[in-house]
Write a protein that binds this ligand. Structure first.
Ligand code: ADP
Length: 160
């Protein structure tokens, strides 16, 4: 069974993330979406909220499992029998950092490969950070966030 991991902060999960999840789930037998809890990285949404939102947007995809972790990704992958990390690549600006991380992860766990999927053409410009900026100023984020979690995200970004 081919298991892959899609790690990220998902603060909040966007339609760009969901596009990568849907496509990766079509390639692997099982896809673990791992919400990474990096204590040095401040997030707007709690880990429980991010996991809950990921579950809501992926519940129609049977081979997707949502989890969270504060471990080193290379160790987490080994523990879960995953040989592949999936990453979404937007523009060249993602590349340098992702290239470095892929090589470091492979150095730490030689059985671990990173597979890059190009962002869907409608989502190249989309990031969780941009959604937070737009939403906090009362802008319309419905083109960027799944309807299953739109209200929750709006309520946190722009409480009335
Ligand atoms: P961000 O980079 O927006 O803060 P994450 O850290 O949660 O988001 O990203 C997790 C993974 O999803 C990374 O591999 C990132 O490149 C990818 N990703 C983020 N936004 C998109 C998007 N709009 N389209 C495709 N991949 C994306």
């Amino acid at each position: 069974m081919k298991i892959a991991i899609y790690p990220g902060s998902f603060d909040p999960p966007t339609l760009g993330h969901l596009d990568i999840i849907t496509r990766a789930a079509g390639i692997f037998d099982e896809l673990i979406v791992a919400c990474m809890l990096n204590k040095r990285k401040q997030t707007l949404f709690s880990s429980a909220e991010r996991v809950e939102m990921l579950k809501l947007i992926t519940n129609a995809i049977p081979n997707v499992k949502v989890d969270s972790s504060d471990e080193l990704l290379a160790d987490y992958a080994k523990k879960h029998g995953a040989a592949v990390i999936v990453k979404g690549l937007r523009a060249m600006s993602d590349f340098e950092m992702e290239f470095q991380m892929a090589l470091l992860n492979r150095k730490m766990n030689p059985n671990l490969d990173t597979l890059f999927l190009t962002a869907g053409e409608k989502f190249h410009y989309l990031s969780s950070g941009a959604v937070k900026e737009i939403g906090a100023l009362g802008g319309d984020i419905s083109d960027f966030i799944s309807p299953a979690i739109l209200k929750k995200v709006e309520d946190v970004l722009c409480p009335v």
